[in-house]
Every structure is written in structure tokens, then in C-alpha cells.
Ligand binder design. Structure first.
Ligand code: ADP
Ligand code: 5GP
Length: 203
């Protein structure tokens, strides 16, 4: 299953996903391709595949991307290969923007879409400033885009408010655990139990 996590830049998606991956087994993270430059602590292949605009356009033209979008002036996209390779044995987390979430839903109707918001606009501004990864101009652009993104979020399935971090992680975990408990998802386990009921004798 694919879980899409979207939300304004700086609301805490990466932080939440890190906590989620560390605390819930059977999950993997979809590494996106981007044309933006790496931040000091980012590693190619772990956080993103950092590519040139030319390379990105080639992938788009070849139909190698499941979704792509121009976000804050840079290109971002999820490759089909990334989804195919990583969703074979695990549930996959995609950290992508609202435009990308819409494209994934159109391709994969059963994908679960989760929108993350900060408790307020001023808290978002504070988090972006304190993260110290973006210039004042980039922060202004990200805040302007945040307003647009929130207005376009009504097609998502779930809303997580990232106020207290622990509570937001617990909400995300609950969404995934509840999905995994669905009858249709548990068919294999259920069939085994049914078999034991058919063959077992009562005491
Ligand atoms: P995103 O991936 O959505 O752009 P980040 O995960 O980089 O956001 O978080 C932005 C900043 O906010 C980081 O400095 C992070 O440590 C901080 N942060 C994340 N979640 C919380 C929270 N619940 N409370 C306070 N600060 C947070
Ligand atoms: P950042 O530059 O802060 O890492 O990410 C900026 C925005 O791009 C975030 O909203 C993030 O969710 C989005 N993003 C990251 N990867 C992808 C992707 O593969 N596709 C799309 N559509 N958006 C992405």
C-alpha cells in the first residue's frame, strides 16, 4: 500500500516520517528525484536523488515518473521504478506535494492520502525560520505556497495536526495500523486461522 504524506513545507513531514519509520516495521520511504540543490545534511540517494533539470526532463519524457510537479520553482518527482522496487514487500511512504498527491490518486485510487498541517500559520513561519535551511526569500515563497496548498487539500483522506510531535506520530501510526487491520488486507492471515478452525478439534 502507498501512503502519501503532504503538507506545507516546514510543517514537519520529514520529522514525522523519520519517527514513523523508526517506530513501525514494514514501512519504506520513497526517495524522490529533484532538481533543487542538496541541503548541508542531505545525502544523495537517501533524502533525494539530486539531478539536473536536463536529467529530470529526460525522465519525464521517457514516462519514468509516476508523478511530478514544479514546487517552489524546482522540479520534484517520484519514479515508477522507486514505487515498484520498494512496495513489493513493504508499505511505502511518499512525501510529496498536493499536485503530486492528486496525480498518485488518479493512478492508484486505493492510495491513502494524509495531509499534515501545523497548528497555525505563525507556527509554520517560526518552524521555517528556526530550521535555518532556507533564505528569507525562499521562506516567503514557501509561506505563500502554504496558503495555496491548504486551500487545495480537501481531497485528502486524513488530516494530521502536527502540534505536539508525539501525538502527531501516534495519529500517523494509527492510520497505518488501522489500514493493516482491514479484513481485505488480512486475508492471508485470516485464511490460515480459518484453516486451523476447519482442521482443529475441540477439547
Ligand atoms: P517539512 O519536511 O514538512 O518541510 P521538517 O520536518 O523539516 O518539515 O520540520 C521543519 C522544522 O520544524 C524542523 O526544524 C523540525 O525540527 C521542526 N518541527 C517538526 N515538527 C515539530 C513539532 N511538532 N513541534 C515543533 N517543531 C517541529
Ligand atoms: P523540500 O524542498 O522542502 O524537501 O520539499 C519541498 C516540497 O516538495 C515538499 O512539499 C515536498 O513534499 C515536495 N516533494 C518532495 N518530493 C516530491 C515528489 O517526488 N513529488 C512531488 N510532487 N512533490 C515532492
Amino acid at each position: 500500500m502507498v501512503f502519501v504524506i503532504s503538507g506545507p513545507s516546514g510543517c514537519g513531514k520529514s520529522t514525522l516520517i523519520k519517527e514513523l519509520l523508526a517506530s513501525l516495521p514494514g514501512l519504506d520511504f520513497s526517495v524522490s528525484h529533484t532538481t533543487r540543490s542538496p541541503r548541508p545534511d542531505e545525502v544523495n540517494g537517501r533524502d533525494y536523488y539530486f539531478v539536473s533539470r536536463e536529467e529530470f526532463q529526460k525522465m519525464q519524457a521517457a514516462g519514468a515518473l509516476a508523478e511530478s510537479a514544479l514546487v517552489h520553482g524546482e522540479w520534484y518527482g517520484t519514479s515508477l521504478a522507486e514505487i515498484e522496487n520498494k512496495s513489493k514487500n513493504k508499505d511505502l511512504i511518499l512525501d510529496i506535494d498536493v499536485q503530486g498527491a492528486r496525480q498518485i490518486k488518479a493512478r492508484l485510487a486505493e492510495a491513502n492520502l494524509i495531509f499534515v498541517v501545523p497548528p497555525s500559520f505563525s507556527e509554520l513561519e517560526k518552524r521555517l525560520r528556526e530550521r535555518k535551511t532556507d533564505s528569507p526569500q525562499a521562506i516567503t515563497l514557501r509561506l505563500e505556497n502554504a496558503r495555496q496548498e491548504i486551500l487545495q487539500s480537501d481531497f485528502f483522506d486524513y488530516l494530521v495536526i502536527n502540534g505536539e510531535l508525539g501525538k502527531a506520530v501516534e495519529e500517523l501510526r494509527s492510520i497505518i495500523i488501522a489500514y493493516r487491520c482491514q479484513f481485505k488486507v488480512r486475508q492471508k492471515e485470516f485464511q490460515e486461522i480459518l484453516k486451523s478452525f476447519r482442521t482443529g478439534s475441540g477439547s
